[in-house]
Design a protein around this ligand. Structure first.
Ligand code: PLP
Length: 383
């Protein structure tokens, strides 16, 4: 039996009638961009993220950029974020005119470490006593936490730190739809959050999509305006904006999926606990949940120094796997200008060398989970 990394077709077939009906309504009305389907989806998704506003956009990358842009921080501000994330987290910072300031993650959750953030903020200050990035001298004005693999970061603690230093907290919740910490939904912490609806995400569009969620009326108004060329009224421009509008087809698909995301995540959580049972006792680190959290397992990541051999062994048996991510951002060519080097963030580097992400999707069957686990057990029994 082969096991795919994810299976989008099975999910589509379960909701085909409803999706097809929604899409044909878009075709009938010829309202292809924003419009009633996107507005209805925004309302539903604000409910999922627990915020007053949701601004649907054209991708998760656009969402990260837009939330930082709409925050209207001084140009060239330092924004603290982990290097152990998808490049779009840092791209959003740079596109908004700011400076990525990396801080390492905690070994158990692989999320931004409040201790490392505190150290950084205490480390250097300018003549006015404001925390600065020791590498570039940029005044630090924000923290961008990433809810990696579907587990919300230590957001209450980061909110407290942000408050202490007068910084804004942003959440990259692109992997964490319907996750929560201490009963608060991912997307509802800090000033604003960004979501991705890339097809492989827990809530995936049939193409590209994203959203910004926020409780701030000001940020929401600015984000809505910037998403559509800086205009509140057609052909009248308050700002230089962008075209980050969501397609109506994606709004229609996501409106259907919004009604099911909680159930689909429950099924991922059950699959994760089955993986834990099947893989216990092996020389393999399993994902840890920290605190009162709903981890929605966008990815189920295990760690072993024999990662490459294990991946090849599983591949030969038809079991797909992934690497998230093979190289942390601070050692990527694109970010070399910031002046970091290997050895700066040991936990992120360890993660990139040892992580392996296993097949995970709501419809993964007991047999498929067995096949993956059996391959891993065989691999270690031969060592
Ligand atoms: C953590 C994180 N941030 C941002 C993004 C960007 O989202 P998109 O691919 O929809 O542009 C992703 C998606 O891959 C992501 O995983």
């Amino acid at each position: 039996m082969t096991v795919p990394f994810l299976d989008l077709k099975t999910q589509y077939l379960q909701i085909k009638d409803e999706i097809d009906r929604e899409l044909s309504e878009v075709l009938d009305t010829c309202h292809y961009v924003l419009g009633p389907k996107v507005a209805a989806f925004e309302e539903k998704f604000a409910g999922i993220a627990g915020t007053r506003h949701c601004i649907a956009v054209s991708s998760g990358t656009a969402a990260v950029h837009l939330m930082l842009w709409a925050a209207d921080l001084e140009p060239g501000s330092g924004i603290i974020l982990p290097p152990n994330t998808f490049t779009a987290s840092a791209e959003g910072v740079v596109l908004a005119g700011h400076v990525p300031v990396f801080a390492d993650v905690d070994r158990d959750t692989l999320n931004l470490s409040p201790d490392r953030v505190n150290e950084l903020l205490k480390g250097s200050a300018d003549s006015k006593g404001r925390p600065v990035d020791p590498k570039t001298g940029a005044v630090i004005r924000g923290i961008l936490a990433v809810d990696l693999y579907g587990q919300p970061a230590a957001l209450p603690e980061l909110e407290r730190i942000a408050g202490e230093y007068g910084l804004l907290l942003f959440e990259d919740a692109c992997q964490a739809h319907d996750a929560s910490r201490e009963g608060r939904a991912a997307g509802s912490f800090g000033s604003a959050a960004a979501f991705s609806f890339y097809p492989g995400k827990n809530m995936g569009a049939f193409g590209e999509g994203g959203a910004v969620t926020t409780d701030s009326d000001d940020m929401a108004a600015r984000a809505r305006c910037l998403r559509d060329h800086g205009s509140r009224e057609k052909y009248y421009y308050d700002f230089i904006g962008h075209n980050y509008r969501m397609s109506a087809f994606q709004g229609a698909v996501l409106g259907v999926k919004a009604d099911r995301i909680h159930d689909w995540n429950d099924r991922r959580i059950r699959a994760a606990s089955e993986y834990r049972r099947l893989l216990s006792g092996l020389p393999l680190e399993l994902p840890e949940e920290s605190g009162d959290v709903r981890h929605v397992y966008h990815l189920f990541a295990v760690h072993t120094p024999d990662r490459d051999e294990l991946r090849a062994f599983l591949g030969e048996r038809g079991v797909a796997s992934g690497l998230h991510y093979p190289l942390p951002l601070h050692t990527q060519k694109a970010y070399a200008y910031l002046g970091y080097g290997k050895g700066d963030f040991p936990v992120s580097e360890w993660n990139s060398e040892c992580n392996l992400t296993l097949p995970m999707f709501p419809d993964i069957t007991a047999e498929q989970l067995q096949t993956v686990a059996q391959g891993i057990v065989e691999f270690f029994s031969g060592r």
